[in-house]
Design a protein around this ligand. Structure first.
Ligand code: NAD
Length: 481
């Protein structure tokens, strides 16, 4: 297959980037280079921002009811091309086709929710706040917004932001991950076909230079970031100090507590899917199972049984249930975690290094550690790969204390048949996405998404009602005639 050099989409047109450096986009299932992603310059970002800024003056005056008609057309096109898009996600990211279809479906739901803008944008009013004086508040768009996306959900993550931003009357610049730029190429082709006015939605491919320019650009009103915590924190600090709105979603270390009274078949099915779905490259992936008391034996046995059913391979092939990691560097990083677990004395129950995997590509089989303790690296650091740890605890209180000591508080779950334990868990857990008898606590488009503590930097989270708050300013009028 010929290697494609990606273009930018600025002012309603596809334009070549003049970048001299490119990132080689690879198919992680076989290591083949499938594209060159230009690492665009600050000037190219500026061209996109100026186009978005000019378009804002007109777009903000288009009635919300008319703005969402573009989104309805875009949604229909996304549905028509869902399988094509999912195949691209699999090719550039490695997740299986059915996982990719799931992520595309989740992305389309964002467009659904954003089309509620005419209702969601309504303001508030009160007559006679003082004698003869009326007060009302309206929501107004703010200008140009930007998003910076990670590699692990190439189609879905930008959809967490731009449908809401433009439904609210803003204009937008998106920077996909340079590792997986092809999914957004198709998404932007569909945006073009849906007929959005030039400049409303722009795409700039690139890396660090584009991100840093977004964080300091005077004409960008707000930045949405999704990626690792060190970069999230830096983006938050820089963009906020440049007086922008920022929502920066970072990394995760997710714990699943299993009580002895849990339904063990349901539990181990769910924990297995949570840990090894998308090869563990999910911010909602289970990383450590905290087994309370007698739960340990059945959880360990059940997980081993479930893990035997996992078929590792090229995610585009039927029957494959787990794909590769994104690249050679990620594979090396995960292998180093496995080695550190062994060196620190954990019991390697299932060794993914020994799994039968295709010879090319960045594969590691599902891996299970038992006897994990709090002082080990695998117990506390984000692995972002198919490695699950079992850590034994004596009580729910001990499990909660371990989870609460973790800064990357994104998603935590409990498996139990006790309402009392579930309530205590819900009440006390720090992670802002919490599941009860659910392995992947993923809020849908009409609820907000984002973690807590070192996993999230900002105030307003992604999608749901909070999106309408993030992408608008509330202006108050006080009137006396
Ligand atoms: P990453 O932080 O390496 O990259 C994210 C984005 O930031 C990319 O677009 C990249 O080009 C840019 N970037 C990378 N390094 C940069 C730097 N030094 N300066 C400026 N920009 C930089 O993350 P990733 O590896 O693409 O994604 C995996 C991470 O994302 C994991 O930590 C995962 O937990 C996290 N994630 C979090 C969520 C969430 O909802 N909290 C969702 C998905 C992924």
């Amino acid at each position: 297959m010929p290697v494609t050099r990606l273009q930018n989409y600025i002012g309603g047109e596809w334009v070549d980037s003049n970048a001299s450096t490119t990132y080689p986009v690879t198919n992680p299932a076989n290591g083949e280079v499938i594209g060159e992603c230009p690492l665009s310059s600050a000037d190219e970002l500026d061209a996109a921002v100026q186009s978005a800024r000019a378009a804002f003056e007109t777009w903000r005056r288009v009635p919300a009811q008319e703005r969402v008609q573009y989104l309805f057309r875009f949604k229909t096109l996304m549905e028509k091309h869902a399988e094509e898009l999912a195949a691209i996600v699999t090719r550039e990211n490695g997740k299986t086709f059915s996982e990719a279809m799931g992520s595309v479906g989740r992305g389309i739901q964002m467009i659904d929710t954003a089309t509620g803008a005419p209702s969601m944008l309504m303001g508030q009013a009160l007559e006679d706040i003082s004698a003869g004086i009326d007060c009302e508040s309206v929501r107004q768009p703010m200008g140009v917004f930007a998003c910076i996306a990670p590699f692990n959900f190439p189609a879905m993550v930008p959809l967490w932001f731009f449908p809401f931003a433009v439904a609210c009357g803003n204009t937008f610049v998106c920077k996909p991950s340079e590792q997986v730029p092809f999914s957004q190429k198709l998404v932007w082709e569909l945006i073009h076909e849906a007929g959005f006015p030039p400049g409303v939605l722009n795409l700039v491919n690139g890396g660090r230079e584009v991100v840093e320019s977004m964080c300091s650009h005077a004409d960008i009103a707000g930045v949405s970031f999704v990626g690792s915590s060190p970069v999230a924190e830096k983006v938050y600090a820089t963009a906020a100090s440049n007086r922008k709105r920022v929502q920066a979603l970072g990394g995760a270390k997710n714990f699943i507590t299993v009580m002895p009274d849990a339904d063990m078949v349901h539990t181990t099915n769910n924990v297995c899917e949570s840990a090894f779905g998308c090869a563990g490259e999910r911010c909602l992936a289970a990383s450590v199972v905290l087994t309370v008391g007698e739960a340990h034996g059945p959880v360990r046995a059940g997980l081993q049984e479930q893990m035997e059913k996992i078929v590792v391979g090229d995610g585009s092939q039927p029957g494959v249930t787990m794909g590769p990691l994104i690249n050679a560097k990620s594979k090396q990083r995960v292998l180093a975690f496995i080695e550190s677990g062994v060196a620190e004395g954990a019991e390697l129950v299932v060794d993914g290094r020994k799994a039968t995997v295709p010879s090319k590509g960045f594969f590691i089989g599902p891996t299970l550690f038992d006897g994990v303790t709090q002082d080990m690296k695998i117990a506390t650091e984000e692995i972002f790969g198919p490695v699950l740890c079992i850590q034994q605890v004596a009580s729910l209180e001990e499990a909660l204390a371990i989870a609460k000591a973790q800064p990357l508080a994104n998603a935590n779950s409990i498996f139990t048949s006790s309402g009392k334990s579930a309530r205590q868990f819900r009440y006390e857990v720090d992670a802002s996405m919490a599941g009860v008898n659910i392995g992947v606590a993923a809020p849908m488009s009409f609820f907000s998404f984002g973690g807590a503590k070192g996993s999230f930097f900002g105030d307003l989270k992604a999608h749901g009602r909070e999106a309408f708050d993030f992408f608008t300013d509330r202006k108050v009028f006080i009137t006396r005639w």
